[in-house]
Design a binder for this molecule. Structure first.
Ligand code: PRP
Length: 175
């Protein structure tokens, strides 16, 4: 695999995450404690940075899913591996993702969260591959739209490598 080529710099990411945090803090002001639900594994860095930049009360939860099939794209069949631990009934929930590709995972997760009867469900993602969308799913708080490239860093991996890069980079897989 080639060395990642910078697509979105650390500074650009930090600026955008601060903007998203300010927007969320303003939108949810005086609505009580919100619940940020991070989707493992990829969302852990965005969740850490975003949650620490909010100026409103927040709780942190995690959820884990896996897609059936072994391709690099999700097959559309998503399975819940770990649910939220706390009670989110009547709470304002924001699902936090690193990337939205086909959209299947996020669409499934919105349905999952709604089954817990929260007050509301919104979505946040650092990047979205707009051209790859297979289902219509709203990203309420979006960092960046990107092309159909293999990206790593800031939580995103290729075969578990490069997740902790502070920037988003493009790699060219060997195969
Ligand atoms: C990524 C990402 C989303 C999903 C998006 O997870 O975090 O959950 O793929 O793809 P989709 O829009 O096509 O459904 P991944 O399967 O890479 O798992 P990871 O976060 O544990 O690396």
């Amino acid at each position: 695999m080639t060395k990642p080529v910078v697509l979105i710099s650390e500074e650009e990411i930090q600026t955008r995450v601060a903007e998203l945090a300010a927007q969320i803090s303003s939108d949810y002001e005086n609505l009580g404690e919100i619940v940020l639900v991070g989707v493992l594994k990829g969302a852990f860095i965005l969740l850490a940075d975003l949650s620490r930049k909010l100026s409103i009360p927040r709780n942190i939860e995690f959820i884990a899913v896996s897609s059936y099939g072994n391709g690099s794209r999700s097959s559309g069949a998503v399975r819940l591996v770990m649910d939220v631990r706390g009670n989110i009934e009547n709470k304002h929930v924001i699902i936090v993702e690193d990337i939205v590709d086909t959209g299947h995972t996020l669409k499934y997760l919105i349905g999952m969260m709604e089954s817990h009867r929260p007050a509301s469900v919104k979505t946040c993602a650092l990047v979205r591959k707009a051209e790859s969308a297979e289902v219509d799913v709203e990203v309420d708080y979006l960092g960046f739209d990107i092309g159909d490239e293999w990206v790593v860093g800031y939580g995103l991996d290729y075969a578990e490598k490069n997740r902790t890069l502070p920037y988003i980079g493009v790699v060219t897989p060997d195969d």
